[in-house]
Write a protein that binds this ligand. Structure first.
Ligand SMILES: *Cc1c(COP(=O)(O)O)cnc(C)c1O
Length: 404
């Protein structure tokens, strides 16, 4: 590392609140599926800013659209209409099949909005203020108090108790465990279609369909968090679209703006017409013209470049290559995932392997201690998968060698 890069890192550690154990690298720019640090070293990127930069870096058309909007207007207020927000709302309705959208600045805020929607919907029906939400163990929904309250990892919540209350936890893909938590006050069942941070666990089709039927029967809202698994990553625009069901409410963020901070919660007309009204919810920045220009361009380029289809194709290839790794190395136990959202489960912490990969110019990230997560840009090609696998094999072999 150059003295210049070390100096940046030292400065960062003096000024930024230490809420991350950061990797020792300062990234400077990106080109396609590659990142460059301030020393000019090139890295193949299998993280994409954690499932964000789906289009690859330095996409001219995307960048030009943003530059054009910056010169027009960046922000107005949600008290006025703006053209990019109108267009973005129309486009996201088309690709999701949902009817109403509220734009936020982040994933956590989208989850907050979904929780408020569910509580208001239930309150309008019976006037009670003790409604319950069922969320899942090992889930992740964000760091704000409401989103944290439905995050099924006690470690994230412990120091920040009390949570918002009336949240119950069940196990993904265990319908009986959900039934065990249902009461006459249950207003929503909330989960990620594919659990991301919690270890890359896809919801089973059977579970999806049973939850959908239960929610229909009791007028409980089915809320799917598509913040990580959505936007083309599983081969469908939204991961739930491969199950032949539809949620009542869904959240999205991460790749929605491909780097410009924007999220959204969406709902069907049934929910939209019987939940939040003027005065119930708001945001200063959410859905501003710059953010919505990004959303419009992302959806347009996803369609034009057939990004979800590429994720399905290259995702299948990635699966195959990762399965070879499972067969080859004793420290690798299994692979889980859908499309370009994959996890490789090890019998030990993966920090060492990720550091070795960084040294060799490959950016990887974990999900939990023992899992390497693969969430590359969705424009990735098979040759990039081959390059990644080559470096990964070296790193695992080295790590296994040192252990003996
Ligand atoms: C990242 C993530 C969030 C939180 O999004 P932020 O933009 O970091 O607030 C919520 N849910 C899931 C499934 C996520 O992966």
């Amino acid at each position: 590392m150059s003295a210049e890069m070390q100096n940046y890192i030292d400065e960062a550690e003096k000024a930024l609140l230490h809420t991350y154990n950061r990797y020792q690298v300062v990234f400077d720019k990106g080109e396609g599926v590659y990142l460059y640090d301030v020393d000019g070293k090139k890295y193949l990127d299998f993280v994409a800013g954690i499932a964000v930069f789906a289009l690859g870096y330095h996409n001219e058309e995307y960048n030009d659209a943003l530059k054009g909007q910056i010169d027009k207007i960046i922000h107005t207020s949600n008290y006025y209409y703006n053209v990019p927000a109108i267009e973005a709302a129309k486009r996201i309705k088309e690709v999701s099949g949902m009817d109403r959208v509220f734009f936020t600045n982040s994933g956590a805020e989208a989850v907050e909005g979904a929780i408020k929607t569910a509580r208001k919907y239930a309150w309008l029906k019976d006037g009670r203020t003790d409604h319950e939400i069922i969320a899942m163990n090992h889930s992740f929904h964000g760091r704000t108090m409401g989103a944290l309250s439905v995050t099924g990892n006690p470690h994230y919540r412990e120091a920040f108790e009390p949570m918002i209350g009336n949240i119950k936890f069940a196990d993904l893909n265990d319908f009986d465990s959900v039934m065990a938590q249902v009461t006459d006050r249950t207003c929503a069942i909330l989960f990620e279609t594919v659990q991301g941070e919690g270890g890359i666990y896809p919801a089973s089709e059977e579970f999806m369909k049973k939850v959908r039927a239960l929610c229909d029967e009791r007028d409980i809202l089915m809320i799917l968090d598509e913040i990580q698994c959505g936007m083309g990553r599983t081969g469908h625009m939204f991961a739930w679209q491969r199950y032949g069901i539809k949620p009542d409410v869904m959240t999205t963020a991460k790749a929605l703006g491909c780097g410009v901070p924007v999220g959204a919660f969406l709902m069907t007309e049934k929910v939209g017409s019987a939940s939040l009204v003027a005065g119930d919810h708001g945001t200063t920045y959410g859905g501003n013209p710059l953010a919505c220009t990004a959303v419009c361009k992302v959806i347009e380029l996803f369609e034009k470049q057939e990004v979800p289809a590429n994720a399905a194709k290259v995702g299948a290839y990635l699966e195959k290559r990762l399965d070879e790794i499972v067969a080859e190395f004793s420290s690798v136990q299994t692979r889980r995932g859908v499309g370009l959202l994959q996890g490789l489960v090890f019998d030990k912490p993966v920090g060492d392997i990720i550091k070795r990969a960084m040294d060799k110019g490959l950016v990887l990230i974990n999900a939990g201690t023992n899992i390497i997560r693969f969430v590359p840009p969705l424009v990735i090609e098979e040759k990039h998968v081959d390059d990644m696998i080559g470096i990964l094999r070296e790193c695992i072999a080295e790590a296994e060698g040192e252990q003996q």
